[in-house]
Design a protein around this ligand. Structure first.
Ligand code: ZN
Length: 73
């Protein structure tokens, strides 16, 4: 079961919720009852940054002889 991170927009309270994929997103802070929004998990953020760094790194060091190659583009 996936875990979702939420952060309260009013008091800043952060909490995790275990929900099924089909469950609706939480909308109320368990502490103050104000609105909450989902926060992307650290795992997703790290993998996204890593992927971007890899693309930038390989692009700067590899030759550009394949610019017109349909297989490499
Ligand atoms: Zn709150």
């Amino acid at each position: 079961m996936p875990t979702y991170d939420y952060e309260c927009e009013d008091c800043g309270y952060k909490f995790e919720a275990f929900q099924k994929m089909s469950d609706p997103a939480l909308t109320e802070c368990p502490k103050c009852g104000k609105g909450v929004h989902k926060v992307l998990s650290a795992g997703i953020g790290i993998s996204f940054k890593g992927s971007g760094f890899y693309v930038n790194d390989s692009g700067s060091s590899s030759p550009k002889s394949c610019d017109n190659c349909s297989k490499c583009s």
